[in-house]
Design a binder for this molecule. Structure first.
Ligand code: GDP
Length: 480
């Protein structure tokens, strides 16, 4: 009798403990989103399978609160499923290889059975399930948010950088064709498609050159909109203010000008806004990943470009009037984590510098210390650790170094990658670096390399650095 009562009481209480958390993961291309989510799922699925525990900083894993974790079907059938199995399979190959990067949105759902360690009713086992929805989307899509505030003319004007420097060189074929287009003429969809392709090619080339500020972001990562007319427009960078006036007044509704304007408006109101309305307002917590090391390796221009791109992302979360994300979509995000990825490229003593550099990048050198009422944290991690930390003896001195299989020649190498600046690098920093052997030269005082993932056996947990700190910050309170 007592037993039955106890059971019923348990059931009632447990029902009350089922929880849901929607976690969004973003970052610019190749920042490490796919690797991060793959590893996060793998770590959680293996919580109780390894000894000693591989997540010492994640309290719920350490104290046995988590009973079991499994993947369950996601709620939203219209969003592609995150392909965890394929990604894990890539790592299980001989030799292992990196998984395919994020191309659009994807979603996955984990059910985490847990038991509370402390509770009001000590005799009642308080058990519950945390349903964790992980949602992956390209950071490039966040760069489009400012478009909501700009009409076609204003946006075209903002793209003036196309007519300068390297961008002008890359944009030359498109610009030349654009200048020949009579914007008053009756629009031919085929001509528009070709010109839009030329503009998209230019954006892809910018991306290949390491530039991060790319607009419209969907053009390079179209997701399900590949080939759609919604992505077939471009900025009219060559039109003077007087001509804008004239075109707005005189151009016929079937002209190139009218069609381009319509497509821009559709992109802005349906594609960009739609993404925020459909998804963004539903997120509980947001993770933003950034690879700060690769651009540091490529020199000043790449670094500044990354900074511009990241600021485009970060400013969406900044506190204050600039934050029209909050004004428009009132997201309910209560925790925000900035993660510097690929920290296995550096020695462990450099980790604090990497975190500090990340913090400076986010805060634009300290100008924006606050994010609207959101609990914010910064961390450096390696989602899939490709190197080992070793100590080498150099001229009688013991120094920390890293060892791994270098991607470009598949050789096992040991190297000291050098020191990471703890602040935003200034002119003097780049000058010194150039003096050491030029932006692409050898002998620079730091050099990061790309590595292949370490071999993984079926049933092994993916080696990582500090992903447990991430889990603690993002999920820890849900098990208390
Ligand atoms: P995404 O475009 O943001 O989805 O980026 P990916 O997750 O595909 O990562 C891009 C590339 O970065 C991978 O192919 C790897 O070469 C590298 N990478 C990602 N995470 C790690 C990591 O934890 N350690 C190392 N060494 N490399 C990583």
């Amino acid at each position: 009798m007592l037993n039955t009562l106890q059971k019923e009481l348990n059931q009632i209480i447990n029902r009350g403990f089922d929880r849901n958390l929607r976690l969004a993961v973003t970052g610019l291309s190749r920042s490490g989103k796919t690797a991060f989510i793959t590893s996060l799922i793998n770590q959680l699925l293996s919580v109780n399978q390894t000894s000693p525990n591989h997540l010492p900083l994640f309290e719920a894993a350490r104290n046995g609160s988590i009973l079991a974790v499994k993947r369950v079907p996601q709620n939203d059938f219209s969003v592609p499923r995150f392909d965890y199995e394929a990604n894990l399979n890539d790592l299980l190959q001989r030799p292992p290889h990196w998984c395919r990067s994020t191309r659009g949105v994807s979603e996955t759902r984990l059910a985490i059975r847990f038991q509370r360690q402390s509770g009001l009713l000590r005799h009642v086992k308080e058990r519950g399930t945390l349903y964790l929805d992980i949602f992956d989307y390209p950071g490039e899509w966040l760069l489009d948010l400012p478009l909501l505030n700009l009409d076609f003319q204003q946006w075209s004007l903002e793209q003036h950088q196309i007519t300068q420097g390297v961008r002008a060189e890359l944009a030359q074929p498109w610009l030349a064709a654009l200048k020949k287009l009579d914007l008053n003429a009756v629009a031919n969809e085929d001509v528009l498609a070709k010109l839009a392709k030329s503009y998209t090619d230019y954006l892809h080339q910018c991306k290949e050159q390491g530039m991060q500020f790319i607009q419209p972001g969907r053009f390079v990562l179209p997701g399900e909109l590949e080939g759609a007319p919604a992505l077939q427009f471009f900025p009219l960078v060559h039109v003077s203010e007087a001509d804008w006036k004239r075109l707005k007044k005189d151009a016929k509704s079937n002209s190139y000008f009218a069609l381009l304007t319509k497509r821009y408006d559709y992109y802005r109101n349906k594609v960009v806004k739609g993404f925020y309305e459909q998804y963004f307002s539903t997120f509980d917590r947001q993770v933003i990943l950034a690879d700060c090391l690769t651009p540091l390796n490529h020199g000043r221009q790449a670094f500044l470009d990354m900074q511009a791109g990241l600021n485009g992302l970060f400013k969406n979360f900044h506190y204050g009037s600039r934050n029209f994300l909050t004004r428009l979509f009132s997201p309910r995000i209560d925790k925000l984590m900035f993660i510097a990825t690929k920290a296995d490229h550096i020695t462990s003593d450099q980790m604090p510098n990497l975190v500090s550099l990340m913090r400076q990048l986010v805060q634009e050198g300290g100008r924006h210390a606050e994010f609207a009422g959101i609990d914010t944290e910064y961390v450096a991690i390696a989602a899939i650790r490709a190197t080992k930390q070793v100590i080498v003896n150099q001229n009688g001195k013991q120094i920390k170094a890293i060892q791994g299989v270098r991607s470009k020649d598949k050789q096992l190498i040991t190297l000291y990658p050098g020191s990471v600046p703890s602040k935003l690098p200034n002119q003097e920093f780049w000058q010194k670096r150039a003096n050491f052997g030029g932006e692409n030269g050898t002998g620079v005082h730091f050099e990061f390399d790309h590595f292949e993932p370490q071999p993984l056996e079926q049933g092994d947990v993916i080696p990582h650095l500090r992903i447990d700190a991430v889990l603690q910050f993002l999920l820890g309170d849900r098990f208390e």
